[in-house]
Design a binder for this molecule. Structure first.
Ligand code: SF4
Length: 479
């Protein structure tokens, strides 16, 4: 009865090649942009339904024909004010409407988005559903999007009316997109559409690497922070770092990168060693992880409030001995106070606090404002912070960095024996999701324990990486 979904219809609207990839079962590339976190989706859906209460859900565990039939029954019952997860099919495309709201002249299609504002991509999502529903015979009279009010601060109870802002969206026509989708499904060979500006409109397409010309060894596209530089080089017709004019304006890290790529060697600036040595023992290598629940979970929090959930600290004494300390908030409660108290106790009163990025210092400043009783302790820690990232960016480059100074890029270049491949969690976004899952009331104890261990291992690797990178760079710089 249906072969396609809303995502296929929207893929066809963006690009014929994407439509072909969708309709020929080509697996999505690894690391494709996620469609949203499950915990977010559940919380946002609950808040939206609370705003339009009294609706009846079309059960998910029915086969498609039964869900369509159940939808029709519910729509025909004028006593039901709203239908949740209503299902429609047109032209082989199946869509699910989060909320179909009964109004005087017909129905409004309503969707909630886990965002503080909505854009073109969100509008296409809801209007595609509305279009399919209308083609399926529903008297759709309008579309609405709900997003968060970024100013909302939760009290003891969540107020879905204050949390969500309603936006009216103009209906759209997807006739051409459906025709393109059906044509792509019938097409034998993959259309050779080259990557271009359409690949980001309205959202980044996950197949960008497949459709882009591969970056060669000498490509200017691997230069760090090169947005404006790339435009200038494109105007000169320069795509190869070896042919960049000698009078081309570049910042120091771009100049170091060019030298490093052309010479196939790491660049070590004269300032690297003194900068790395400008720390005081005992050195505390510190990293934070945080979660940002979309729907405020605790009093005093807003949509996407950053909540620091754990820290790791490798402490290196002047005689080279190393000690490790850590903290992870494991309860379903606002973690900030326990985070601060444990950190202040472990930070001691002397020595440098070494971090890799400005995130830790800005988090400490935010906590200082939030918990004024710890103002002095946190202020003292902020004054001891030394950020390794600008030191590396200003004085070091390795061709393997390919323009990125993130620790995930730096570690394999500088300390290849110590990477993240053996860890269950590979980045901060995964850690944030894991933490929310760990504290969730329905997570089984065994899984909770597994997540706890994975979170501790991930954060500890970050601080061990900092310690190892500093030691290795000191050696390379002649220290
Ligand atoms: S990356 Fe661009 S060209 Fe390739 S399928 Fe996606 S939208 Fe089309």
């Amino acid at each position: 009865m249906a072969s396609f979904h809303r995502s296929d219809l929207l893929a066809a609207r963006q690009c014929p090649r994407r439509a072909w990839l969708h309709t020929h079962g080509v697996a999505m590339p690894a690391g494709s942009p996620s469609l949203g976190r499950a915990d977010d989706r559940d919380a946002v859906r609950a808040a939206a339904r609370a705003r339009f209460p009294g609706g009846v859900v079309v059960p998910h565990d029915l086969v498609l024909e039964e869900r369509v039939a159940r939808t029709r029954e519910l729509l025909a019952d004028a006593a039901i004010p709203a239908v949740y997860d209503a299902v429609f099919v047109h032209g082989g495309v199946e869509v699910r409407a989060a909320i179909l709201l009964r109004v005087e002249a017909g129905f409004l299609v309503v969707e909630a988005r886990s965002a503080n504002s909505v854009g073109e991509g969100h509008e296409l999502d809801v209007t595609a559903v509305a279009w399919v529903a209308a083609q399926d015979g529903v008297p759709v009279v309008g579309c609405r999007l709900l997003h968060f009010d970024r100013e909302y601060v939760r009290g003891e109870e969540l107020d879905p009316h204050a949390l969500l802002v309603e936006v009216e969206v103009e209906p759209r026509d997807f006739t051409a997109s459906l025709a393109r989708l059906l044509a792509a499904a019938a097409e034998g060979g993959e259309p050779q559409v080259a990557a271009g500006s359409h690949c980001r409109d309205p959202r980044p397409c996950p197949w960008i690497e497949r459709c882009s010309t591969p970056e060669g060894r000498w490509s200017v596209r691997q230069l760090p922070r090169a947005g404006r530089l790339l435009h200038e080089l494109a105007e000169l017709g320069v795509e190869d770092v070896r042919f960049i004019p000698s009078d081309q304006r570049m910042n120091p890290s771009q100049q170091h990168a060019v030298w490093s790529i052309v010479n196939s060697a790491e660049y070590i600036g004269q300032g690297l060693r003194p900068a790395l040595e400008s720390v005081r023992y005992p050195i505390r290598f510190v990293d934070f992880e945080a979660a940002q629940p979309a729907v405020p979970r605790w009093p005093g929090t807003s949509p996407f409030t950053q909540l620091p959930t754990q820290w790791s600290m490798h402490i290196q004494a002047s005689d080279g001995t190393v000690e490790h300390r850590e903290f992870l908030h494991t309860e379903d409660s606002d973690p900030r106070r326990a985070f601060v108290e444990s950190l202040v106790a472990a930070a001691g009163g002397d020595g440098s606090i070494v971090v890799y990025s400005g995130y830790e210092a800005s988090t400490l400043r935010g906590l200082r404002d939030r918990l004024p009783e710890h103002w002095e302790d946190l202020e003292a820690i902020v004054h001891r912070v030394v950020d390794l990232l600008p030191i590396v960016r200003d004085h070091y480059y390795h061709p393997a960095l390919r323009g990125s100074f993130s620790m995930k890029a730096l570690l394999p270049a500088v300390c290849p024996e110590l990477d993240y491949s053996d860890l269950a969690l590979k980045n901060g976004e995964m850690a944030a999701r894991a933490w929310l899952r760990m504290i969730g009331p329905n997570t089984p104890p065994a899984e909770r324990e597994e997540l706890r261990a994975s979170l501790l291992a991930y954060c500890a690797r970050d601080t061990l990486a900092m310690l190892a990178v500093r030691a290795r760079l000191l050696t390379r710089a002649g220290g």
